[in-house]
Write a protein of this length. Structure first.
Length: 119
């Protein structure tokens, strides 16, 4: 596994694992459902209860889950979540979320994330 991670064969041959289509389909679908649920919960938290912490936490999780979905759809292996939003081209959603300074901006950022992910 270390040889694969470093993309360096130390001795002999190393077969490259194929990303199975069944995994791509099921993972993309499952992560998309989770992302949608997290973003809906984030939206309810900020609009119904004004709960900033819960809204931020769930919106962040939703963006990460959406990134997993997008990368699975493209059959891209994910080793960890560092830089995952950028890798899935969802950096606009994460940057929007990180720049909010009010309840209204947070609500709008969550709504933009939903729109971006649904697109």
């Amino acid at each position: 596994m270390g040889e694969l991670a470093l993309n360096m064969v130390l001795a002999g041959d190393l077969l490259r694992p194929v990303y199975p289509q069944a995994l791509a389909d099921s993972a993309a679908s499952r992560w998309a459902v989770d992302a949608s649920a997290s973003l809906q919960y984030a939206h309810r938290a900020i609009t119904q209860r004004g709960d900033v912490l819960t809204a931020l936490a769930n919106a962040s999780r939703g963006i990460i889950e959406a990134a997993h979905s997008q990368l699975a759809r493209h059959k891209t292996w994910v080793l960890n979540e560092k830089g995952i939003a950028d890798a899935a081209e969802l950096s606009a959603a994460s940057e929007s979320l990180l720049s909010v300074t009010s309840h209204t901006e947070l609500r709008d950022a969550i709504e933009r994330a939903v729109d971006l992910i649904d697109a």
